[in-house]
Design a protein around this ligand. Structure first.
Ligand code: HEC
Ligand code: HEC
Length: 408
């Protein structure tokens, strides 16, 4: 008995040692504190700001129920279901946005519960199906939401400084008709009553408040707020059916706490910045012109949150729209963004994407690229020359750029 056990133990140890590496791959260890994007606040917040952040943190992972007004149609029941641990989502939770193109006119089919498909429904109701007259649709995976306060604190003049022909590219702002509840701040510059969008993959949302109000109503589904009290519905069943709970479902205060949460999430942490390969990779990245759009350094304007005032940060984006070519044309224009135009994806945190994507990379707006080189190969239009330069580099030089991207 004793000998048998020892024998088994030995086999066990051998199995354990040989499969340790495989096991580690199957069950990746929890991220080290410095790599963890799921938590962490901007340094230097006041006690009051920290308290508001904590309230918003709970709201972000709150799972809404039918009794709280979720539905009748919805996509997910919490913000966290798509923005997993504040990180990037996967194609599984990608949202579908649709519309109808007639000639050069685009209709986002609001009367048929557009623009976003809400495929799920509370018991007894039907989920959205794509309207039969929709002839354009796009899929979007959820972006990471760290560092949003820094983007929100940029002055429009800082964004405009990189716009139009510039460094061999030509980014342009997406001018958006503001929501009725938008209150312009000194950082905003209007053009014919429109304002520069900076959030969303085509920069369609001017402020975090716009994004949050929209997300509650249409990324979740039916969580109306003081700012927007019109419920979602399934147009096949009838407008305002399944409206069990009085609108608005959440208060302005609820929205403001979520906004405060997003504003005060720290920037995604960088790693291995002293690694000579990473340093060489960044030089190559800049040298072949990736940094013309993925601008490394920006400075915030003065903000009511002192910790966000006049801060230098490294988003690796210009927050402008670029023609990315026909391969990335999703057929869906938004605001003044054409269907082939996309806001330069901020690259900060891109090296941590896999943490919230099950160890696999899903890059670009719909997650179709599963490696950094796939993502670079998809760069067409204005970025085509940069992509060609990347693939003209030696394999070793390409690896240096990828090592740099992994450090972000
Ligand atoms: C169904 C998945 C889904 C859910 C649920 C969801 N989001 Fe999003 N979120 C997205 C997608 C996709 C985008 C990009 C939208 C676009 O391109 O216009 C986005 C964009 C954002 C952005 C802008 C980020 C950027 O890079 O510009 C913020 C902030 C945000 N969401 C916050 C929230 C909050 C807060 C909630 C909960 C109230 C929420 N989201 C719920 C999928 C989701
Ligand atoms: C003309 C502007 C422009 C240039 C130049 C450019 N990019 Fe991009 N990049 C973009 C845009 C816009 C996106 C988002 C496209 C989308 O979501 O479909 C993007 C997305 C990416 C992504 C995926 C990010 C994510 O989170 O999914 C990576 C990685 C990337 N770029 C790396 C590079 C590298 C490396 C270079 C140089 C070889 C480069 N880019 C040059 C505009 C540019």
């Amino acid at each position: 008995m004793k000998r048998k056990l020892t024998h088994k133990a030995v086999i066990c140890i051998i199995l354990l040692v040989t499969s340790l590496e495989a096991c580690q791959k199957l069950f990746p260890a929890a991220p080290k504190a410095e790599d963890d994007i799921s938590n962490g606040v901007v340094p230097g917040l006041t006690t009051q700001q920290l308290a508001e952040h904590a309230v918003g943190d709970n709201e972000f992972s709150h799972i809404f129920t039918q009794q709280e007004g979720l539905g009748p149609v919805f996509n997910q029941a919490s913000c966290n279901s798509c923005h997993i641990g504040n990180g990037k989502g996967t194609p599984v939770t990608a949202l579908t946005r649709y519309g109808k193109i007639t000639g050069s006119a685009f209709d986002s089919l609001v009367n048929e519960n557009g623009p976003d498909l809400l495929p799920n429904a509370i018991p007894g109701y039907l989920g959205d199906v794509m309207p039969s007259d929709a002839n354009a649709f796009t899929h979007r995976i959820a972006p990471m939401v760290m560092g949003q306060g820094f983007i929100a604190a940029l002055a429009d003049s800082t964004i405009l400084a990189n716009a139009y022909p510039h460094d061999g590219v030509s980014g342009r702002p997406n001018y958006i008709t503001p929501t009725p509840f938008f209150i312009p701040q000194p950082i905003h510059i209007a053009l014919n009553g429109k304002y520069i969008g900076r959030f969303g993959k085509k920069a369609i949302k001017v402020s975090l408040q716009d994004q949050v109000v929209f997300a509650l109503k249409t990324d979740l589904g039916g969580i109306t707020s003081d700012y927007d009290q019109t419920d979602v519905s399934n147009y096949l069943v009838g407008i305002n059916t399944g409206n069990l709970v009085q609108d608005p479902r959440v208060s302005a205060g609820f929205v403001n706490h979520l906004v405060m949460y997003l504003r005060t999430l720290k920037v995604p942490p960088r790693r291995n910045t002293n690694d000579p390969d990473v340093i060489a990779g960044e030089q190559l990245f800049t040298g072949i012109g990736c940094a013309s759009c993925h601008i490394s350094t920006m400075v915030t304007a003065t903000s009511d949150i002192v910790a966000l005032s006049n801060q230098t940060f490294h988003p690796f984006s210009d927050f402008l729209l670029h023609d990315m070519g026909s391969g990335l044309d999703d057929g869906v224009p938004e605001g003044s963004a054409q269907s082939f135009e996309w806001r330069t994806a901020p690259l900060w945190g891109v090296g941590l994407s896999g943490n919230s994507q099950g160890g696999q990379l899903f890059l670009m707006h719909d997650g179709r690229a599963t490696s950094f080189s796939d993502a670079i190969a998809l760069h067409g239009g204005e970025a085509a020359s940069r992509s060609q330069r990347f693939f003209a580099l030696s394999t070793q030089q390409q690896q240096l750029i990828i090592k740099f991207l992994q450090s972000l």
